[in-house]
Write a protein that binds this ligand. Structure first.
Ligand code: ADP
Ligand code: MG
Length: 633
């Protein structure tokens, strides 16, 4: 993951003077003096063998009963005469007892049924993955903490200490504004949890910026906490004044709990919209689909293809219906109808004329018997007044989606303009609920067979418009600073062969994901699968957050590849408990493996393990956002 490597110069602006002549010899200022109680924090000593990436520690005798895998440790030592601290995570613990390895000894033990006291010297060794190294400049240089490198390995016998919250706080004291907390560091141990420092940076340079646009992905089985984590990240982005967040919400879930908490959900009850407005002064724009004006004939063809009209007329789905939609669209355009006029009685009459016209039907059905049958069906509908009235209602509610004169509506381009100006949070509710919202036409949505194809088409329309807007800005020498969040992304950007329309949508989305980074548009994709999300899109993700459940077959294989073949990291991942298997809801854990540059604890994007906050208060508190915004538990 080389291109992902964290760039230490990004800290320079935060830190002032660069390293670091003149060594301060006063030991009380050293890293080693940072622990409140270094003696009890010490769990081991540096053992052997060691490298600059992996170190081993011999665990102190009285700490061998503690659960240590996943714990964060720090090793203070001197390098080039400079006070240095290397930080890492315990990836595995191994026990050896050389005395017991021989067959004679083992047979004695098996006869005795216990280990004789003389042979009970078990040696525990922890393997540590080094993820970050820091150095402290001298007093004259303010004693600042700077990212450094392991150029050598601390000598054996150097103390290895557990990192605690106070230590983390002190280590990143100068970056507190930059950090955004999503949860604690996952460790096998229940009791001890340290806040995992992470950053959610915007795409420009300057304060809080990564200086580059990047895409992110959240993965995991249904119920693994992806959407909740996406909302926390949403707030992480919304925190930056100039950053906009554009949420494409196929399940309507982001829209629903921005302000209100559905009583059915016992889980993470955070009114994220309130936090965004109250604490980050963001303008929040929630757009139910019904309020979005569909503004292209392509969309019309798509929607009409799924509308009940053709179903009632007996046109089977697929090719025939697509052709009929195409012909009808051409027919109406030739008749001089604008999109906004489609919901008129005149347009409806024109539709009647078309589908009851032999020539129209013959272009769809080559054989005359089928053509005659379809024709009779259409004429039958149009001639019976009550049936015709039903059709009219179905037609007008569908066609009104294209009418930009409806009150309260917004066009796609106007909405995109909102997104890109002035740092807002815009959520488009693409669910059926969003289609029904506030509709004046009773049961309007039942007249459209709501499906992924239409949703995909709308997502494409919205993203293409955003991309065009980004391109215009780019040509003027500007870059947007916009994060797009797409929930349920696997449904729209799957891998493999698809049939016609879906494939076209997918391919265009893939292409867009490739292009938009240049314009300052990053994507946060939320997906149930890693293996079945389009490969090219996956390969573009710079930061991945992988929750519970990709434990088998191709999913695990894909995860292995993404984590650089790090088997120890993958086995920690595999030990995540299933949140749904928890005996009580309160003991549920929502853990994620993080890959990519998302934490100052992992310079080169080594895997990290996050246990997401399980209640809104901890989240708000850790990020200094207390004061309302969530319901008391
Ligand atoms: N960090 C968390 N703490 C507490 N409850 C959570 C957390 N993450 C998810 N949940 C709860 O678990 C359920 C599934 O979460 P959700 O984010 O919708 O999962 P996914 O999007 O992966 O299907 C919801 O009821 C949610 O409130
Ligand atoms: Mg979800």
């Amino acid at each position: 993951m080389n291109e992902n490597a964290f760039d230490p110069t990004a800290w320079a602006r935060l830190e002032g003077p660069s390293p670091m002549p003149g060594v301060e010899d006063r030991t009380e200022d050293r890293f080693s003096a940072w622990w409140d109680d270094a003696a009890s924090a010490q769990i081991g000593v540096v053992g052997s063998p060691n490298s600059t990436e992996r170190m081993s520690a011999d665990i102190l005798m009285d700490k061998t009963k503690e659960s240590l895998v996943g714990e964060w440790v720090a090793i203070p030592f001197m390098q080039d005469g400079v006070d240095t601290l290397t930080v890492g995570q315990i990836m595995s613990v191994e026990m050896r007892n050389d005395l017991l390895e021989g067959t004679t000894a083992r047979s004695v033990v098996s006869r005795l049924g216990k280990v004789p006291a003389s042979a009970s010297e078990d040696l525990y060794r922890a393997e540590i993955q080094v993820t970050a190294t820091f150095a402290r400049s001298s007093k004259e240089h303010s004693g600042a903490v700077l990212p450094s490198m392991m150029g050598t390995v601390p000598p054996s016998g150097t103390p290895v200490c557990l990192v605690d919250n106070a230590f983390i706080e002190r280590l990143f004291a100068k970056q507190t504004d930059d950090l955004f907390f999503l949860g604690t560091a996952y460790s096998g141990a229940k009791g001890r949890r340290i806040l995992l420092p992470t950053w959610v940076r915007h795409f420009r340079s300057g304060e809080g910026g990564a200086g580059d646009t990047y895409h992110m992905g959240i993965f995991g089985k249904t119920g693994s906490g992806k959407s909740v984590l996406a909302k926390l990240l949403l707030l992480g982005f919304a925190r930056h004044p100039e950053t906009s967040v554009f949420v494409l919400d196929p399940q309507g879930e982001f829209s629903r709990d921005a302000w209100n908490l559905p009583s059915s959900d016992e889980g993470f009850r955070l009114k994220w919209g309130e936090v965004a407005e109250k604490h980050f002064r963001k303008r929040l724009i929630l757009v139910p689909l019904r309020n979005l004006v569909l503004d292209s004939w392509d969309l019309f063809k798509d929607v009409i293809g799924q509308a009940v009209l053709f179903q009632w007329l007996g046109y089977p789905r697929g090719e025939k219906r697509a052709l009929a939609a195409e012909l009808l669209s051409v027919h109406l355009q030739k008749g001089g109808f604008a999109l906004r006029e489609l919901a008129s009685r005149e347009a409806f009459d024109e539709v009647g004329k078309a589908v009851c016209d032999e020539n129209f039907v013959r272009r769809i059905y080559a054989t005359s018997e089928s053509a005659t049958a379809k024709l009779q069906q259409a004429v039958g509908y149009w001639e019976v007044p009550s049936m015709k009235e039903d059709l009219w209602r179905a037609w007008s509610s569908m066609a009104s989606l294209f009418d930009d004169k409806r009150p309260g509506t917004v066009s796609v381009s106007a909405l995109v303009e909102e997104v890109v100006t002035g740092g807002k949070v815009v959520v488009v509710n693409l669910s059926r609920e969003g289609l029904e919202a506030g509709t004046s036409i009773a049961a309007g949505s039942h007249n459209i067979l709501w499906n992924e194809e239409i949703q995909g088409m709308l997502i494409l329309r919205l993203l293409s418009s955003l991309r065009e807007r980004g391109e215009i800005a780019y040509l003027k020498g500007k870059r947007l600073n916009t994060m797009v969040i797409l929930d349920e992304a696997h449904r729209f950007i799957p891998r493999g062969t698809l049939d016609g329309q879906k494939e076209a949508i997918r391919d265009l989305l893939v292409e867009a994901s490739r292009e938009t980074r240049k314009y300052g548009i990053g994507w946060l994709l939320v997906s149930q699968t890693l293996a079945s999300l389009h490969q090219e899109v996956v390969s573009q993700l710079r930061v991945l957050l992988v929750g519970y459940g990709l434990n088998a077959g191709s999913e695990l294989q894909a995860l292995r590849e993404l984590s650089g073949g790090d088997q120890r990291a993958v086995s920690i991942y595999q030990r995540f408990p299933d949140p749904h298997a928890a005996l009580e809801p309160s003991s549920r854990e929502y853990n994620f493996m993080l890959l990519g540059p998302i934490s100052p604890l992992a310079f080169s994007g080594q895997p990290l393990f996050l246990s997401a906050f399980t209640d809104p208060h901890s989240f708000l508190f850790a990020n200094g956002l207390e004061g309302g915004s969530s319901e008391p538990a």
